[in-house]
Design a protein around this ligand. Structure first.
Ligand code: SF4
Length: 464
């Protein structure tokens, strides 16, 4: 059997799919000078191949089937499996229509096909609902997939074959970008665990299946295989909460070092699941960048969406330690929680600057189908186009901020974070207190200018 694995690049904006936003994906349509520059960088650094499709490739190859990757091409095949997303579902459905017209049986995988099958049913012969491996194993053994196919989550992740990569997808030209951890050209994604044991009500990472982790030995074997296949690979751990188990993270770092694996990697985690000793061990094993959610400066606002706040001292300890070690840090923020107002969002933007991570990502709160937040805010959702659930578009009636105000605050967050002299010190990991203070003094007239521009556009500056 010849199977086409289809990961379509979107036509508009900078789109990330696969495990991003749990599988719903995100789309940045640049809306300011700063987001235009960020978008240009993201286009090459964040367009990494799909690890979900690579797992499917591994299973099909195990059973002797022929696998072909597609970025939109339609070579002859018996079956096509298309990676679904919310932000680009119309394009994916249109591609499936064409493939079926050419006689290729076509199905969809991913969170969106699983939770919003109505978007794909008229365009598919089958939908794989759930994590795909169990259904793909049935397909590989000769079963015909038809209609809605429930695919049970695999408890023992070590039992799965490793993701199988096509060389052309992962061997793109890569070069280090000064200050950035991830190289220009991206890296190879790896899932050391799936799901998340936390309870943030807005998070789509918890929808499809519960938290499960692979054994350290199994992960090390995959890393060894990557080091055999690629020269000094850059590995992107796509676990939503990489260091939830400190002993396991420490054992992984020790294993990478003791096996002499020559690789670099990045991961995403909660900042309260880190400490300097663990960071030192991970850095010694190749950690060069890490990302974490700060979300909001207000602990009360976070508690109302089920998120455990992290003490400010811990934020500062970890970010300062990363700066000293030369590890790039990216902090995530969410603007527009139900209890946010203008002042709390302005305070969050101030806090993002004060913390001094190398990069920051600001998004608007989005109620994704399948989350507890969706149940809570469903009646207030006014956006009818699912593709606009992209993380940057207002989608529901906020109790105290208009859609225009939210979009304005989002733009101001990016401008204020990146357009200031001290960001150069943060990006360049300047550690000397005197030098950092000098940069922050230079921020003062720049912040006044931002306030003047904000007043001219909105009659209100982004101050708390
Ligand atoms: S910590 Fe919260 S936001 Fe992060 S992956 Fe887990 S549930 Fe989602």
């Amino acid at each position: 059997m010849r199977v086409l694995l289809v990961d379509l690049p979107a036509r508009d904006g900078i789109v990330s799919k696969d495990t991003v936003v749990g599988g719903y994906g995100s789309r940045l349509l640049p809306f300011s000078r700063v987001t235009t520059v960020i978008g240009a960088l993201k286009r090459r650094m964040h367009d990494v191949p799909s690890v979900q499709l690579a797992y499917i490739a591994g299973i099909l190859a195990q059973y002797g089937h022929d696998v072909v990757w597609s970025r939109g091409e339609t070579p002859p095949a018996d079956i096509a499996i298309v990676l679904s997303s919310l932000v680009d579902h119309k394009h994916e459905a249109a591609w499936a229509d064409e493939a079926r017209a050419r006689g290729i049986r076509t199905g969809f995988v991913g969170l969106t096909a699983s939770k919003m099958p109505e978007l794909f049913r008229d365009h598919a012969d089958f939908l794989i609902m759930g994590e795909p491996e169990a259904a793909v194993q049935r397909l590989a053994r000769g079963a015909e997939l038809q209609g809605d196919c429930v695919s049970e989550a695999i408890d023992d992740l070590d039992a799965l074959p490793f993701p199988r990569w096509e060389f052309s997808l992962t061997a793109r030209p890569r070069f280090a970008l000064p200050g950035a951890g991830r190289p220009y050209g991206g890296g190879i994604p790896l899932l050391a665990s799936r799901g998340c044991p936390e309870f943030c009500t807005y998070c789509p990472h918890r929808i499809l299946a519960g938290y499960r982790a692979r054994s350290v030995g199994n992960i090390l074997e995959e890393l060894e295989a990557l080091c055999r296949g690629f020269k000094r690979p850059y590995v992107i751990f796509r676990d939503p909460l990489f260091s939830v188990d400190r002993d396991r993270a420490m054992a992984l770092a020790d294993g990478i070092r003791s096996r002499g694996l020559d690789l670099r990697f990045e991961c995403e985690t909660r900042i309260d699941r880190l400490d300097p000793e663990l960071l030192d061990a991970l850095h010694g094993a190749g950690l060069r960048a890490m990302s974490f959610g700060v979300e909001s400066v207000s602990g009360d606002i976070l508690k109302k969406v089920g998120r455990r706040p992290t003490p400010e001292a811990q934020h500062r300890l970890i970010i300062n330690h990363c700066r000293q070690k030369g590890i790039a840090t990216a902090a995530f923020y969410v603007l527009g929680f139900p209890h946010d107002d203008w002042a709390s969002i302005a305070a969050t933007i101030d806090y993002s600057i004060d913390l001094g991570s190398s990069a920051a990502q600001f998004k608007l709160l989005t109620p994704y189908p399948g989350t507890p937040l969706w149940k809570q805010l469903g009646p207030k959702v006014f956006e009818k186009d699912w593709q606009k659930f992209d993380g940057f578009t207002p989608t529901f009636e906020h109790p105290s901020l208009s859609a225009r105000e939210l979009k304005f605050l989002l733009g101001a967050a990016y401008t204020r974070f990146y357009m200031r002299p001290s960001w150069l010190a943060d990006w360049g990991r300047v550690c000397t207190p005197a030098a950092r203070q000098a940069f922050h003094r230079m921020d003062v007239p720049v912040a006044r200018r931002h306030a003047r521009e904000e007043l001219s556009l909105m009659r209100r500056a982004v101050t708390c």
